[in-house]
Design a protein around this ligand. Sequence first.
Ligand code: NAP
Length: 365
Amino acid sequence: MVPDVQERGEAAPLKPVRLAIAGLGNVGRNFLAILQSQADLLERDGLTIRVVGAADSGGAAIDPDGLDPALLVATKQAGRSVARLPRVGRLDLPLGDLLDAARPDLFCEATPVDLRTGQPGLAAVRHALTHGIACVLANKGPLALAFQELAALSDLAGPGKPGLRFSACVGGALPTVNLGRRDLAGARITEIECILNGTSQGVLRAMEAGHSFDDAVAEMQRRGVAETDPSLDVDGWDQAVKLVILANAVLGRPTGLGDLTVRGIRDVTAAELRAAAARGERLVLLGRARRDAASGDWRFTVEPTCLPGAHPLARMGADEMGIVYRTDISGIIHATSEEVDAVPTAAAMLRDVLELHRLGALVRA
Ligand SMILES: NC(=O)c1ccc[n+]([C@@H]2O[C@H](COP(=O)([O-])OP(=O)(O)OC[C@H]3O[C@@H](n4cnc5c(N)ncnc54)[C@H](OP(=O)(O)O)[C@@H]3O)[C@@H](O)[C@H]2O)c1
């Protein structure tokens, strides 16, 4: 009789996790690329991934035996929809139908953010979680509008439910959600300050260097840092959504966009930036969560703010994002990152996938 692999002392072949991805733009394409470049690191963790579905705005490609990630990336780079790939392409397939047809263990969502409807991401993530499919999001829209609902469907509400992670949504690879949820466990957070919108930070620093507002925004769009609709960035709403996610996920305070006071950077002038610098200060678009002394409740703001030069967030460069947590017993913790393109955001999605894998939360319920 042939001994089985364990009796022979060989490692059993890894059962691949079946992945479907929606959104094959800057983030989605980089995510597919790093699935390949980091495959050895994933295998070290006992994780292999088979891409069984991939969607863009034209439809989807589906293959239960596995799509070639390199072909998907090359197709998008050539400006074509994956829905037109021979044999596997399906034109105009809604994301819910993609999930039903591909039956993945894991759904990665990287479609454009829509703060009015949350779609198409919200319906797709809801569909995935209710069908036992773990979700990793880069798109903030579903969380901005329905954080509590989605959390209740997921492992955030308790064991046995499909995993839900979204660290890419709040500062890309910068540890913000994980730092607050995991590393500050047991501490009371008394204040969060953050600069988590790369476009606003880049525009303000470019204006300091003498560029006009419009030229600076155009440059951020050219580099793929600005959102498809840059008004979300410069009017403060992108940073506001990130604060909403931190409020819900880290502070445990059910919070929506309506709970925030939000003012963007459109009215900031070069003269104001120069005046702040002359005083030894830095004008930044600051997100802040602070407990109101009288009511004990949180107060959330996103607004142009002058910080003293010694403040950790005042020292940041044009491509940096940062966060400061003030706590009762863990001191003051701050972290910054420099992210010049969408690769670190894709990396944050990968770390979420690995975390769910390590928790055993990638097996379809
Ligand atoms: N870029 C960053 O650095 C960054 C950082 C953090 C978070 N994010 C978030 O990540 C998400 C993706 O960003 P991105 O920069 O990759 O955007 P992007 O380059 O505009 O790509 C968006 C992708 O979504 C696809 N799409 C649009 N509508 C769709 C639909 N109904 N069904 C399926 N796919 C659809 C597009 O299809 P086509 O290819 O056919 O146009 C495209 O592939 C956004 O929510 C963004 O806020 C981005």
